[in-house]
Design a protein around this ligand. Structure first.
Ligand code: AMP
Ligand code: TRP
Length: 338
């Protein structure tokens, strides 16, 4: 953020492309809740990012409300933090176009998430999927946000946002107009893996429904998924080094430590030498204790979409009030006649 003198502002978004899972909670939403104590925060539902791959319209609407409800159920306070859906604030799309003209093809060609999502047949991927990180830069910089809490998978996109901010400031000779946003990634839970395959991250789109714990899962479903989680036959080691090469065991220990607030080493101190027959029920109890109440609150909120709608409408108005002047100033800098 070298030299930037504006206020600190926290922003993050989550795509409305599926149900919220434990990785989203630990890698992102839980941090959102903590950060609002000390900062001005904007948290949005990235519906425009979601449609970079096909979304059934009715499902898209439902998922937008679902994620808004997850934020609130997990403790985001809508009267303090600003919660809104991206497509309701026109400024994102407007700034994204300008940034499309700042970002270089070579930069986007290096984005690993595009390569992962487009797969082998990249000719058939949407153009939106390719310029996805440019829209993400606009999401952040349209509020001149300085800090962005995300999971580890977003690190490269945040670097691109910094590159775009830097190039814009440089090319238009407006030093420190845009801040260089900093990712907030550290902390337990930054990378939660699938319960079925410890080398793949937990994701909304996994084909196996036992791979992810969803915030909407009822306690018995949570317990069943943990019981079925892939593991090896060895007992847990007493030292971290003993988890090397044991991706699934390491992931379960990581989930336990992230939810309990204990370090991985402390967890191993407690469970070292014990088998999964002991560890899994303890983990299931902990997940149910921490995630169960969020699920219950989530169901209560989802039963009243009118209330969620009014929160989003109010959030969009508050967000636009910050973003519109930034876009107006940016257009002037670019040389557009208004
Ligand atoms: P997404 O589900 O890709 O829209 O991600 C929403 C937020 O959750 C982002 O900040 C991601 O970095 C974070 N996230 C997604 N999956 C995981 C995971 N498996 N572990 C930790 N954080 C995650
Ligand atoms: N790309 C992010 C993800 O998949 C979601 C996102 C969109 C985002 N715009 C953002 C995150 C701006 C932080 C800031 O997780």
């Amino acid at each position: 953020m070298t030299g930037y003198k504006g206020p600190e502002r926290v922003l993050s978004g989550i795509q409305t492309s599926g149900d919220m899972h434990l990785g989203n909670y630990l890698g992102a939403i839980r941090k959102f809740v903590d950060l609002q104590q000390k900062h001005d925060c904007l948290y949005f539902l990235a519906d425009m990012h979601a449609i970079t791959v096909w979304q059934e319209p009715a499902k898209l609407r439902e998922q937008t409300f679902h994620i808004a409800a997850c934020f609130i159920a997990a403790g985001v306070d809508a009267s303090h933090s600003i919660i809104f859906n991206q497509s309701a604030v026109h400024a994102h799309a407007e700034l994204a176009w300008i940034f499309n003209c700042v970002a270089r093809l070579g930069w986007l060609d290096r984005m690993t998430q595009f390569k992962d999502k487009a797969g082998k047949d990249k000719e058939r991927a949407s153009v939106g999927l390719y310029t996805y990180p440019v829209l993400q830069a606009a999401d952040i910089l349209v509020y001149k946000a300085t800090h962005v809490p995300v999971g580890e998978d977003q690190k490269q996109h945040l670097e691109l946002s910094r590159d775009i901010a830097g190039k814009f400031n440089h090319d238009y000779k407006v030093e420190d107009f845009f801040p260089l946003p900093e990712p907030l990634i550290q902390g337990p839970g930054a990378r939660i893996m699938s319960l079925r395959d410890g080398t793949k991250k937990m994701s909304k789109s996994d084909s196996s429904e036992n791979a992810s714990i969803f915030l909407r899962d009822e306690p018995d479903v949570i317990a069943k998924k943990i019981k079925k989680a892939t593991t090896d036959p060895e007992p847990l080691p007493s030292e971290m080094a003993g988890l090397e090469g044991r991706a699934e065991a390491k992931n379960l220990v990581g989930i336990y430590s992230a939810l309990s607030g204990k370090s991985d080493q402390e967890v191993l101190g407690e469970f070292g030498g014990k088998g999964f027959g002991v560890f899994k029920p303890a983990l299931a109890d902990l997940v149910v204790e921490k995630v169960g109440p969020i699920g219950a609150e989530l169901r209560r909120l989802e039963a009243d979409p009118g209330h969620l709608e009014s929160i989003l409408r109010d959030g969009a108005a508050r967000a636009s009030a910050i973003a519109d002047p930034v876009v107006a100033e940016t257009k002037k800098i670019v040389g557009f006649v208004d």
